[in-house]
Design a protein around this ligand. Structure first.
Ligand code: UD1
Length: 359
């Protein structure tokens, strides 16, 4: 069986790493080809993850680079289609919800290649998010869903997908986290700022809804800075946010803006943090497993289990909402949380066992 594995942007890399590791053991039965679309291309957004997580160099890099949503989608589709026409695959495995996920699914499916979606079925029901459109389109043409939660299974059933296509296997991102827990690496900022365990916040912001409007971004950061009550806030800044922050020129004594961190350093910081403030989806899964309180600056989430089971709370995007959650956090009232079923480090193994049945 010939299988294409697609990876394009930062949150994809930790999801494919354990799948590739498991595939390496069955190379005689499944021939895989790793395709990097080049959506993320900076060393800090891409290359460093390959090195740290031991992902082999991609067999092909489509080198699409930056662009609007449509430009990136179009370039990825054109280049992936050309690759398939030269050398066809039987299956195309995509992960997550980034532009590369959707673009490759479409190109594959139109050529009769079966689509496998890892992390299928999750929904924020917020159609203004590019990721939601990517999820909907990808799932509409997916042949096999590997899911992370019961909620995802139910969403897929409601959409009319046959039970036989839905396989609840757990979370490959958590495979990577659990495997790398003993290797987490203290970043230099830890000693430079003399950080204390459970004595600082980690913050990440990159969603267009939060960072593309100058005033909104400024008010949000102001409220977080105030709510931190002098505790250091470590803010590894995504390239999208950096562009806007330069224009605003925001400053505060306890706000420390640094460049994007590698995987091992970022998760070290999260593990030892007092709390995390984020608008990412994936980070809420990692904080759930590490049992670190997490405040999500979004009005919705496609990962409700991080709230109902884990340590996450939805704060919303209105800056006024930050203060009450900060109060709860400082009073020590935050929930401890549990770990969702099958987020146990063995998900990629289950996926590959299942893929072998297709051979
Ligand atoms: C993408 C994903 C999002 C994910 C995020 C994590 C989509 C629709 N969104 O959003 O789900 O949470 O990645 O990082 O796919 N840039 C660089 N260097 C890079 C990559 C990007 O400077 O290596 C710049 C781009 O030029 C652009 C901005 O960062 O200005 C945004 O990049 P883009 O890939 O378009 O989307 P993200 O916002 O990163």
């Amino acid at each position: 069986m010939k299988l294409d594995i697609i990876a394009g942007a930062r949150p994809n890399f930790m999801k494919i790493a354990p799948i590739i590791e498991a595939l390496e053991k069955v190379k005689d039965k499944i021939q895989y080809r790793l395709i990097h679309t080049g959506q993320h291309y900076d060393k800090k957004m891409s290359g460093s993850f390959f090195e740290e997580l031991g992902i082999p160099d991609p067999d092909v890099n489509l080198e699409v680079g930056s662009g609007t949503q449509a430009e990136q989608t179009a370039r990825i589709m054109e280049r992936y289609e050309a690759l398939l026409l030269k050398d066809m695959a039987d299956y195309c495995l995509v992960v997550g919800d980034v532009t590369s996920t959707m673009a490759c699914s479409i190109a594959a499916k139109k050529l009769g290649v079966h689509v496998i979606h890892v992390e299928g079925g999750i929904r924020s029901n917020d159609i203004t998010m590019p990721e939601e459109i990517n999820r909907m389109v990808t799932d509409a043409i997916t042949d096999i869903f590997y899911t992370t939660s019961e909620v995802a299974n139910e969403n897929l059933r409601q959409l009319g997908h046959d039970e036989s296509k839905i396989r609840y296997v757990g979370n490959t991102m958590i495979d990577t986290l659990l495997k790398n827990m003993p290797r987490l690496k203290q970043p230099t900022v830890f000693s430079e700022l003399n950080l204390k365990e459970k004595g600082y916040f980690v913050m990440t912001l990159h969603r267009p809804a939060n960072v593309d409007q100058e005033q909104k971004l400024k008010s949000l950061i102001d409220e977080i800075v105030k709510g931190a009550k002098g505790m250091p806030l470590i803010f590894p800044v995504h390239p999208r946010t950096a562009k806007m922050l330069e224009q605003i020129g925001i400053q505060a004594d306890n706000l420390h803006m640094i460049g994007p961190l590698g995987y091992l350093e970022f998760n070290y910081l999260v593990k030892h943090a007092f709390a995390v403030v984020t608008d990412s989806g994936g980070i809420t899964e990692e904080t759930t497993v590490m049992k670190v309180p997490c405040m999500t600056l979004r009005d919705n989430t496609e990962r409700p289990e991080t709230i109902t089971i884990g340590t996450n709370e939805l704060v919303g995007t209105d800056p006024k909402n930050v203060a009450p959650f900060m109060k709860k956090l400082h009073s020590g009232d935050w929930k401890v949380g549990e770990i969702p079923n099958l987020w146990d480090g063995n998900t990629a193994h289950r996926i590959v066992e299942d893929l072998l049945k297709l051979v």
